[in-house]
Design a protein around this ligand. Structure first.
Ligand SMILES: C[S@@+](CC[C@H](N)C(=O)[O-])C[C@H]1O[C@@H](n2cnc3c(N)ncnc32)[C@H](O)[C@@H]1O
Length: 322
């Protein structure tokens, strides 16, 4: 059984990027009256105490949400994200942090549904308890499954309302997760091509993350947006997370502009050394309007919208080969 427990990392810089994007995706889905589902394949415990022994042990949140908390000059997408954290800390002191299930829950309406998978027995028990304590509305809308999220996803697609966001957020403790993510996305797209898929991955000193990003970008016939945020140079011992990436398939047309506006601000707020940087790229065109082309359209030139610092990674590339 795995040793990864998200409570050590809750609210760190990687959670900031992931949850900020998640909030934008949820807000976009909730703009239309028609119901939607959220599938969270790797849900974690749902709620985290930042004053607890675990969070305090590494204080990762101090260099994540801790640096943003109390800032009054944040751009709109960061404000939307901060509103989620503030809702859980109404007295104004940063004591609790919501995981993806509780961020999603806050955006669900009467007919929307949340399907949560968490395979760690303790984490799934805690998650089920947290959902239970969140009240009848939460219990009605969310189902916790203690099984494998990759397998569970297959069984859920396509979802009945034909509108859904799927968050795929493994810990990558098991290196096979990189291949599983790719296989899960391919399978999911074959069942439900119009779904929105958000894939988180770590930036670590290994070949797998870059390889995953390259393979994701090369999926034929998909629209995508890819954002990375590094907060420092990789450590000399190769350990730890110097950044993370979010790869979104079928992104809402509003996402690129939101991230373009807020990533420079986030970089300045979260940077730890001059290795910090961000990238924001899409499959090609400036996304505009809900009518943007879906699967099957011709591949277009990839553009890197912005980058900063040596940690920002790759040079811009030419047209993608089909
Ligand atoms: C990064 S954490 C999830 C954090 C959560 N999505 C959030 O943003 O708050 C990854 C979680 O996936 C769980 N996990 C690992 N393998 C899994 C699998 N195959 N299916 C479901 N959950 C799994 C781990 O126990 C861990 O709690």
């Amino acid at each position: 059984m795995f040793s990864y427990r998200h409570a050590f990392h809750a609210g760190n810089h990687a959670d900031v990027l992931k949850h900020l994007v998640l909030v934008q995706l949820l807000r976009y889905l909730a703009q239309k009256d028609t119901p939607f589902w959220v599938v969270d394949t790797h849900a974690g415990a749902g709620l985290y105490g930042l004053e607890g022994e675990w969070a305090a042990k590494r204080s990762e949140f101090a260099d994540g949400i801790g640096r943003l908390w109390g800032r009054a000059d944040a751009p709109p997408a960061v404000v939307d994200y901060l509103d989620e954290i503030r809702a859980l800390n109404p007295e104004g002191r940063l004591r609790h942090y919501p995981g993806s299930p509780f961020i999603a829950l806050r955006h669900l309406r009467e007919r929307d549904r949340l399907r949560l998978f968490e395979m760690h027995p303790t984490e799934s028990r805690v998650l089920a308890g947290n959902i239970g304590e969140a009240g009848r509305e939460a219990q009605k809308r969310a189902i916790v499954d203690a099984g494998d999220g990759f397998a569970g996803l297959k069984a859920l697609l396509p979802p009945p309302p034909r509108r859904a966001l799927v968050l795929i957020d493994p810990s990558y403790e098991d290196k096979r997760d990189y291949a599983r993510v790719l296989a899960a996305l391919r399978d999911a797209l074959s069942r439900f091509a119009t779904g929105c898929y958000a894939i988180w991955y770590p930036l670590v000193q290994r070949p797998e993350p870059a390889d995953l990003a390259r393979r994701l970008r090369n999926q034929p016939g998909i629209r995508w947006l890819h954002a990375t945020l590094s907060v420092r140079h990789p450590s000399a011992d190769g350990l730890g997370l110097h950044g993370s990436g979010m790869f979104v398939v079928n992104p809402p047309w509003t996402l690129q502009a939101s991230l373009r506006e807020c990533l420079p601000w986030l970089l300045a707020a979260l940077r730890q050394d001059d290795g910090a940087g961000f990238t924001l790229e899409t499959d090609g065109e400036e996304p505009h309007g809900a009518g943007a082309a879906g699967p099957g359209r011709k591949p277009a030139a990839r553009v890197r919208v912005a980058a900063s610092g040596p940690g920002a990674g790759r040079a811009p590339r030419g047209p993608r080969r089909p």
